[in-house]
Design a protein around this ligand. Sequence first.
Ligand SMILES: [Fe+2]
Length: 287
Amino acid sequence: MSARAFAGPAQAVFADAYPEQPTLLDHGLVDHPLLKLDALAELATRIRPIDAEYNRGDLPVGIDPADTPSNGLSVEETIRSIEQCGSWMVLKFVEQDPAYRDLLHDTLAELEDTVRPSTGAMLKREAFIFISSPGAVTPFHFDPEHNILLQVRGTKTMTIFPATDEALVSGEAHEAFHAGGHRNLPWRDDFAGRGEPFALEPGKAVYVPVKAPHWVRNGPDVSISFSITWRSEWSYREEYARRMNALLRRSGLRPASPKRYPHQNHLKSFGYRVIDKVKRTTGLAGS
Ligand SMILES: [Fe+2]
């Protein structure tokens, strides 16, 4: 399938925004056969069971991951009854299926000329498909990837917050995430005004910068969204600088946070990689 996802105007909008500004983009994958509910119900039975995650959709904006309730249905039951069952589902790493891998790679290839000169090669290309019941909420969280969410069916509003605002997410919270913590973030009602809502409908996509916190509320219909993600050399350097900060903090210091693009965080990321390599080669990893 060679439907073009991003035509010329969307390419120009993306190039203006990348990598730090969230922005809406037009896309051309609304009628793609791989993104219809029937095709997705089949996909859900082909991928590894662990990669089909689902739970009840009537969640508050902020929730402790341990409190997320199950919907009591199987993966197929959930997807086939998504209009009634009040659920939220994600099919993860759908590039494990060859047809979806081609779709992901073809779509990302359209953006490579913008991405590569700015943040380096597109690494760790992964795709996710979100299928959600009317009104479902995805709680406040952040992700370590560059992400474009393409809305294929139904509507939803994604509210995106500045990645630079450490009143929303502290340096310690960034470091805890990279040490294996959950992506969900503590929510406070006074955060609400600091986010920018992006209204999505079929044919609209939103670009989400690395670690920009966000939460999502579905509209009144079943929603299908296709999320295409990649890591960049820049995003890895930011991560390694955070990991370096965790080490410094454990030594009693109060390190400054890594700076956002175009700052490159070379020094701390290099320092972390050296320390990590020494730990691994001397058998001290994890100490
Ligand atoms: Fe997300």
